[in-house]
Design a protein around this ligand. Structure first.
Ligand code: GSH
Length: 189
């Protein structure tokens, strides 16, 4: 999002494999010790979609959010919350049970259940993307930044199969944007 806005920022890497995200200093920024978080002149903020929506509103001249009160603004909230509440939690479950939890606490059943639900939810996004380039209206918005981030996570978790061609095309287009390539280091086929 910062790259899309073209504003300068300093990166503060947090090494999760070393547990730096649970350090007391970082817990002052994010009480759950999760990533990402930002700090600007106004103070710290966590929750990726909240950060993205706040930045879109803070730089209105970049036109990355539909006008407040418009129908498109409603759709913008709808798809952002869809990404964050219906898609992302299943990916977090898959990540925890394949990478982050101690092996003894991992459950293949939990992964299977999360993956099944993710596929059901992704099918709704597949239907939405039929004949569309962007999730809301016909221009790029912060909602595409949110969806792009979640779909990037889904790709890492190997959840975007060939039976989701529209979602794959959308994810690749979003992640091939120069800002995403700079931000995530992505180059999708
Ligand atoms: N809903 C949160 C999810 C944050 C989240 O779970 N981040 C992961 C990394 S992608 C994390 O920090 N996990 C470590 C933990 O929760 O202890 C957001 O989108 O910001």
């Amino acid at each position: 999002m910062l790259e899309e806005l073209g504003i300068s920022y300093d990166l503060a890497p947090v090494d999760m494999l070393k547990g730096e995200h649970k350090h007391p200093d970082y817990l002052k920024v994010h009480p759950l010790g999760a990533l990402p978080a930002i700090e600007d002149d106004s103070g710290p903020l966590f929750e990726s979609a909240a950060i993205i929506m706040q930045l879109a509103d803070k730089y209105p001249e970049k036109k990355l959010a539909p006008p407040v009160g418009s129908y498109e603004r409603g759709e913008y909230y709808q798809w952002i919350l869809f990404a964050m509440t219906e898609m992302e939690p299943h990916l977090v479950t898959i990540a925890q049970h394949t990478r982050f939890l101690p092996e003894a606490e991992r459950s293949t059943d939990a992964v299977a259940r999360a993956s099944k639900r993710f596929q059901t939810v992704a099918a709704a996004l597949e239907a939405r993307m039929k004949g569309r380039d962007f999730i809301v209206g016909n221009t790029f918005s912060a909602a595409d930044v949110v969806l792009g981030g979640v779909l990037y996570f889904a790709k890492l978790m190997k959840q975007l199969d060939d039976d989701l061609p529209g979602v794959n095309t959308y994810a690749n287009k979003t992640l091939n944007r120069p800002a995403a390539q700079k931000g995530y280091g992505t180059q999708q086929g």
